[in-house]
Design a protein around this ligand. Sequence first.
Ligand code: FE2
Length: 257
Amino acid sequence: MIDLHCHVVFGIDDGPATLADSISLMRASAANGTNTIVATPHVSVRYPNNAATIGALVAEVNEGATAEGIPLKVLTGAEIAMTRAAELEREELDALALGTGRWLLIECPFAPVATGLEALVMKLQGDGYRILLAHPERCPAFHREPEILTSLARGGVLSSITAGSLVGRFGRQVRDFAFELFQDRLAHNVASDAHDAVKRPPGALAEIEESGLAALADWLTEDVPAAILTDSEIPPRPGIAVPFASPRRRRRWTLGR
Ligand SMILES: [Fe+2]
């Protein structure tokens, strides 16, 4: 598995505090089937990180993984808050892209309105970047107005769902919305958004399987991420039925009890 969203580097955001914590996370990640992690520390007002710092820490955790015999590699990246993405210079954005490609992981706001998101996306796309949204299923603005996400997707924006959302770690509303995105073909990737080895752990394959999405696992965690990292065409989703009950059916069933 390629994990496109993981707070694996230490000491600069709400992820691991020390190199030892990063190593624990990487060990758990490898044990859960991950062979490539993109380090995506927050780049935001609260965590004003930059590409130089992230690059140095990625080198350090890779050395740690090698020393510990953990069979995975870590690439550079970032989870960029909307507000910061609008301010950063091209050179910095280039260095914060996922791997060495053109895709930026943009954090969806945890707010009821996403003022400026569409304009920001259009500007970044105009500058030659491609946009992967981090956990849109957790964004209240998309719960209120899912058509914004539909419109963004029509413009080529992809969505990365957090594995824990699929199994209710962020509540029922987030879980149900995540399933709606799958049914509407608006979910293109599942990533861990891991912050440590235990509380917000790495891996995504168990959650995908538990959600009845095992038939999409390779596309979600290998094919799409590989295309993103190599700036290749995104492969079409396999033409298989998504085998789970719709949130609407689940809600009716709940009401009928
Ligand atoms: Fe994150």
